[in-house]
Design a protein around this ligand. Structure first.
Ligand SMILES: Cc1cc2nc3c(=O)[nH]c(=O)nc-3n(C[C@H](O)[C@H](O)[C@H](O)COP(=O)(O)O)c2cc1C
Length: 165
């Protein structure tokens, strides 16, 4: 099989709609870290596990792979500007953001669609990303319409009843 062109791979994956989250943690000095992540997924029900993947090049990478806990904020459609701010490196993401102390003492969005608070269960190698596996300690569902990332754009879902089998 010929090697896949990375640009083709990225272009194709851009057509896979994903949730938009901001994942936060605190390091041992109390410094806040956070990044916008679409690589969030549930992993296991028993035990309750989720995963999210920070790039090894991200400035927050080491904070997340050495922390004991992290908080996943699932963004609502109104959060597109916060998502864009937390996807931009090299600035103070938290000052003037709507983040407040939430579960496990971690920065969170009070009006998130959902928040999933985790203790760090494992860190696996995922090529140019690490795979953080979190054990879910608490969940909070706000119910606001979610933000979706599709074709490199923020959008929101057209909600219709699912067909029953
Ligand atoms: C919608 C969206 C989803 C993203 N998902 C991820 C992701 O899952 N993993 C990742 O490492 N970076 C992801 N990024 C890019 C990071 O948010 C961005 O590189 C971030 O600034 C990295 O953190 P840093 O500022 O600590 O370097 C995403 C960006 C956007 C706009």
């Amino acid at each position: 099989m010929p090697a896949i062109d990375p640009a083709d791979f990225a272009r194709t994956m851009a057509h896979v709609p994903t949730p938009v989250t901001i994942v936060t943690t605190l390091d041992s000095t109390g410094q806040r870290w956070g990044f916008t992540a679409s690589s969030f997924s549930s992993l296991s029900l028993t035990p309750p596990l989720v995963l999210v993947c920070p790039a090894k090049t991200a400035s927050c990478h080491d904070a997340f792979t050495t922390t004991d806990r992290f908080l996943v904020n699932v963004l609502a459609s109104r959060h597109a500007p916060v998502a864009a701010a937390f996807a931009r490196s090299g600035h103070d993401k938290f000052t003037n953001s709507p983040m407040e102390p939430c579960e496990l003492g971690l920065p969170g969005l009070p009006d998130a669609t959902a928040r999933i608070a985790c203790t760090l269960h494992d860190v696996l190698d995922g090529g140019d990303h690490s795979i953080l596996i979190g054990r879910v300690e608490s969940v909070q569902a706000g119910g606001a319409e979610p933000l979706v990332y599709y074709n490199r754009l923020f959008t929101s879902p057209a909600l219709t009843p699912a067909l029953t089998p």
